[in-house]
Ligand binder design. Structure first.
Ligand SMILES: Nc1ncnc2c1ncn2[C@@H]1O[C@H](COP(=O)(O)OP(=O)(O)OP(=O)(O)O)[C@@H](O)[C@H]1O
Ligand SMILES: [Mg+2]
Length: 346
């Protein structure tokens, strides 16, 4: 079984982990939330600087917690796309250097493929084909998984990502950053039926709606108009009710599209990945809907939903097993479709 050390620095979490195939031996995450919170979002240059400060200690700690030294490591992996280029470069350069110094293969990993592989950490028996709902800070996609590195994007957002919508709505409600966990917690004490909010359907030219694509900017604007109206009427904002109604609209929208897509494509298993997979309303709605349709849903544990290096290591272990290793000239890229991951092993 291959032991892979992986590094993840695509955004605002510095992370290092070691897995043995699909078993996590160590998983360390240094969150930068405190650094970015006062700006209401991630400041790229500050993210890169903090990755530089934290990365060395995290890699050492990942080896120490796993009780391993370099001789036991079969390969070194890092996220190389998509993400903030300055942030990606820190982890990528560290991983390539370590691979060179210790004479190990290097495996570049696509960040979204990492989110997808988080499900294998809790469900090692998971086997393609299946449908993955990937809902993160920057992406919202329905991905047909046909095999390792073999993906088809069946649906996506036309504007904001689901996580981005949570963060923007939290900001306009005057809550903190990141918005998702705060809205989720507040919603527990609110009424999801208090306000009727749109689910963001995409109209098709010939009539009807796109079955799988979503849109969250209209929902965000609807919350903004609601807040403006309540403020104009001098009504104290029922923040918990707004949070619960917003979250329910997102959960309904994602659940409807995901179930429809799974049924249309004859996929009986659905996995969910990305930070928004931690959302309690999405978990409830999708679980209930899938049970009704006789489908199986896999939600990774909360700490594997948001950015971490264990999921990157897990994807890398699979590529390594298949003989996919990367050249040290693989570059950091801000954008890269998941359908092009195999270009990292050319
Ligand atoms: N419980 C939750 N409910 C809803 N959203 C959540 C929850 N927990 C985290 N999020 C959201 O998840 C996002 C972070 O997820 P993740 O770390 O996967 O995104 P990212 O790495 O920034 O983006 P990407 O993976 O697309 O590059 C944030 O937008 C955050 O608000
Ligand atoms: Mg992510």
């Amino acid at each position: 079984m291959a032991k892979i050390l992986a590094i993840e620095t695509s955004c605002d979490e510095t992370a290092a982990a070691i897995v043995s195939d699909r078993q996590v031996l160590s998983n360390l995450v240094a969150s930068q939330i405190a650094t970015h919170q006062k700006y209401g979002g991630v400041v790229p240059e500050l993210a890169s600087r903090q990755h530089v400060t934290s990365i060395g200690q995290l890699i050492a700690a990942a080896l120490e917690v796993a009780g391993l030294d370099w001789s036991a490591i079969d390969g070194v992996a890092a996220t190389c796309a998509p993400g903030l280029v300055g942030a990606l470069l820190v982890g990528l350069t560290a991983a390539k250097t370590l691979a060179l110094v210790h004479n190990k293969p290097f495996i570049g990993i696509h960040h979204l493929e990492g989110h997808l592989y988080a499900s294998y950490l809790s469900n090692p028996e998971l086997t393609p084909p299946y449908l993955c709902l990937l809902v993160s800070g920057g992406h919202t996609s329905l991905i047909q998984v046909r095999g390792c590195g073999d993906y088809a994007v069946l649906g996506q957002t036309r504007d904001d990502a689901a996580g981005e919508a949570f963060d923007k709505v939290a900001r306009l409600l005057g809550l903190g950053y990141p918005g998702g966990p705060i809205i989720d917690k507040l919603a527990l004490g609110g009424n999801p039926d208090a306000f009727s909010l749109p689910e963001g359907n995409i109209s098709l030219p010939g009539g009807g709606f796109h079955p799988y694509d979503s849109s969250f900017s209209g929902l965000k604007t609807a919350v903004l108009r609601l807040v403006e109206r309540l403020r104009a009427e001098d009504i104290e904002l029922p923040v918990a009710d707004i949070a619960a109604s917003f979250q329910a609209a997102v959960a309904r929208s994602l659940t409807r599209r995901t179930l429809r897509c799974a049924l249309d494509h004859n996929l009986s298993t659905i996995s969910v990945g990305g930070g928004v997979a931690a959302n309690s309303a999405l978990r409830q709605h999708l679980q209930a809907g899938a049970s009704q349709q006789g489908l199986r849903v896999i939600f990774p544990p909360l700490n594997y939903c948001t950015d971490n290096a264990a999921m990157i290591a897990c994807a890398a272990a699979e590529h390594f097993r298949l003989g996919h290793t990367s050249s040290l000239s693989v570059a950091a890229q801000s954008k890269m479709p998941i359908t092009q991951v195999m270009a990292l092993y050319a």
